[in-house]
Design a protein around this ligand. Structure first.
Ligand code: GDP
Ligand code: ZN
Length: 361
């Protein structure tokens, strides 16, 4: 398989040749196309290798974010005979998608790297929720990939075009499309958002129809589709790995568990993009630190009163701001703990490097 089919291009070739020029190792470029816990499958132009990160890579990683994940481009050292390849280093990423780990306030969990497009899938059934779409848009903008909002199960809704307008109003320029994986409608629009050589992922709660959609796109029943369970968070772990699929039209799609509910993760930039309309209004508030509650001359409240901004949208903006402030506090205390740990290690003259055990997916 030519790695061009996997999205290899001049920027990556350049980064790789720099790496080669600084190393005497027999490095080969490839892309992580499958991930099952710590075990990665890397596709090179020759063949696919089971690979593990080298000790050097593990030890030098400043955080879990610097470890290889599905979608990464890597330099690896092939095994001399049978056995696993050694994953020597990561090539620069175009984007990285992370999620807050359930029950953990510390590190984000890597979901995928080098996505060009993230499809935010919401079902046009009981699952439909504008606030959830806003939230997902924020996460998507943070990743560096371009979000596309996908309204799935369009066959279940009588007035899809009205909904499209409603979602477009809050999508801040992100494309919005409706489709039915069941009936096979709207798939061309989706393919058009994922041209050959570009990498996408479907994100959305369990039950919105991601597997059905992937099957459709692959033109074959590769993933087991199961009935929706009432409890979304448990059960339904039919696959334990994530995989990068080459679709018949040449687009690349990463799918697998862990691509579901997302906690908010990242910097303010994503938030400001997802709520650029609110921020534009806030620029007209009399006070620059306006909290948009009681202050006189508040342009945001004026917009709510005039009907130009829904109070729900303002509320979800404020909620996201609060969550982000909370996460900023958490990560600064995590950074302080990390600093202390490093200082402790430095004072252990000549001692073993103690590494906090990281749980990786
Ligand atoms: P996933 O958990 O997001 O992967 O969702 P699945 O693909 O497993 O689909 C969940 C349920 O929704 C299944 O019962 C599917 O048959 C159903 N479903 C998927 N796509 C559609 C669709 O376009 N229309 C309708 N009516 N049902 C769908
Ligand atoms: Zn204000």
């Amino acid at each position: 398989m030519s790695i061009e089919l996997l999205g290899w291009g001049p920027d990556l070739a350049h980064a790789f040749s720099l790496l080669l020029s600084q190393s005497s190792l027999p490095l080969v470029p490839g892309r992580v196309v499958r991930q099952e816990r710590g075990l990665l499958t890397v596709q090179t132009s020759e063949r696919a290798f089971l690979s593990r990160p080298s000790g050097r890579l593990l030890h030098q990683a400043p955080s879990a974010e610097a470890l290889p994940t599905i979608g990464d481009w890597v330099a690896l050292i092939p095994p001399s005979g049978e056995g696993e390849a050694l994953l020597h280093s990561l090539l620069p990423r175009r984007s990285v998608l992370m999620r807050r780990e359930a029950g953990s306030e510390r590190e984000g969990q890597l979901i995928a790297a080098n996505l060009d497009v993230v499809f935010l899938v919401t079902g046009l059934d009981g699952n439909f929720n504008l606030r959830r779409i806003e939230r997902a848009l924020t996460i998507a903008w943070n990743s560096g990939a371009t979000p596309v909002v996908v309204l799935s199960k369009a066959d279940l809704h009588a007035d899809v075009s009205a909904l499209l307008l409603e979602v477009e109003a809050l999508a801040q320029g992100a494309p919005v499309l409706a489709l039915s994986a069941l009936e096979g409608t709207g798939l061309e629009e989706l393919r058009a958002q994922l041209p050959a050589g570009k990498t996408g992922a479907l994100l959305g709660s369990s039950g919105v129809g991601k597997s059905t959609l992937v099957n459709r796109l692959l033109d074959e029943a590769r993933l087991a589709t199961q009935p929706v369970r009432p409890d979304d968070n448990r059960g339904r772990h039919t696959t334990t790995h994530r995989e990068l699929f080459v679709l018949p039209h040449g687009g690349l799609l990463i799918d697998g568990p862990g691509m579901r509910e997302l906690g908010l993760w990242g910097e303010e930039e994503g938030l400001s993009q997802a709520f650029s309309d609110v921020l534009a209004m806030a620029a007209d508030c009399r006070f620059s630190d306006c909290s948009h509650r009681r202050e006189p001359g508040c342009a945001v409240r004026a917009a709510v009163e005039a009907g130009g901004l829904s109070s729900e949208r303002l509320e979800s903006f404020e909620k996201l701001l609060r969550e982000q402030a909370y996460q900023a506090r958490q990560s600064s205390s995590a950074a302080q703990r990390e600093q202390k740990r490093l200082e402790r290690n430095l004072t252990l003259a000549g001692g073993q490097h103690s590494r906090a055990k990281r749980r990786r997916d």
